[in-house]
Design a protein around this ligand. Structure first.
Ligand code: BGC
Length: 266
């Protein structure tokens, strides 16, 4: 695979976890990486330091992806600095778990507005920029690529996490419908749906021995994933090598979506 030197990539939620892993992986490819974060400035700075150490470039930019003006600001700043955007990694996401009958409207709204509305707002700004791209003349390959970071819970129902699963189910149709709409414009739109990847979001599970054992039972491949497992796929999916792929979800889940309960039942 050739490198992605000088490609400009926005990664939302890049101050920790999967977003951080993806941002650093693009840094290793020599890309210009815009490190978006919401609350963890130190984490974002760490990500940027690693990108620069790896030979990439970039800057950090604080924005709440659920706020329209902040998202517009993020994309304007990127344009100002690097002119043309090549890739959006639509990653920022949160969990606010609760038994359904006790789920507050605030818990519902926060998750939907970050995980679904946030992905909508960022995708919309990316599409506008791809459509007006100036530097690419002949579009032998895509002129822009969006990768939604979704979840196995765009497919697997999740009790106690109805807000989260609903947001990811929404992302699936957002991704596919958008892919259909913009394919003739030579814009690619895909998703990566990670399974259990060891990050802050699920630390309470993987750091506890008992809960970890239970989790492993849901993963046929018998190991919890690392952000790098997702990052390598994101780099490939943004690259010309995968140019003919659009509207697809790649499950990076060690087989979690294979109905592991059926291994010796049914
Ligand atoms: C969630 C994690 C969970 C994983 C598998 C992810 O989307 O954010 O908390 O461990 O799905 O259930």
């Amino acid at each position: 695979m050739s490198d992605q030197t000088k490609k400009t990539v926005i990664v939302t939620g890049a101050s920790s976890g999967i977003g951080q892993g993806i941002a650093i992986a693009f840094g290793k490819q020599g890309a210009n990486v815009v490190v978006n974060y919401y609350g963890d400035e130190k984490g974002a700075q760490f990500t940027l330091d690693e990108i620069i150490k790896a030979g990439g470039q970039g800057f950090i930019h604080q924005a709440d992806v659920s706020k329209e003006q902040e998202v517009i600001g993020l994309f304007e700043k990127t344009k100002e600095k690097y002119q043309d955007l090549d890739v959006l990694i639509n990653n920022a996401g949160i969990q606010k778990d609760s038994a359904f009958a006790h789920m507050s409207l605030d818990e519902w709204n926060k998750v939907i507005s970050t995980n679904l509305t946030g992905q909508f707002l960022c995708a919309r700004e990316a599409i506008k920029q791809f459509e007006h791209k100036t530097t690419v003349q002949a579009h032998e390959v895509a002129k822009g690529s969006i990768i939604f970071i979704s979840s196995v819970h765009d497919l697997i129902p999740w009790a106690g996490h109805v807000n989260y699963a609903s947001s990811k189910g929404g992302v699936l149709m957002l991704m596919k419908s958008l892919a259909l709409e913009v394919a003739p414009k030579k814009i690619r739109v895909n998703a990566i749906s990670p399974g259990a990847i060891a990050t802050d979001i699920n630390e309470e599970v993987w750091s506890d021995e008992e809960k970890r054992k239970e989790l492993i039972k849901l993963i046929p491949y018998q190991r919890i994933g690392e952000p790098e497992d997702v990052a390598k796929v994101a780099v490939w999916l943004a690259h010309e090598d995968s140019d003919y792929i659009t509207g697809t979800t790649i499950y990076v889940d060690g087989g979690m979506t294979l109905y592991p309960g059926f291994v010796d039942n049914g």
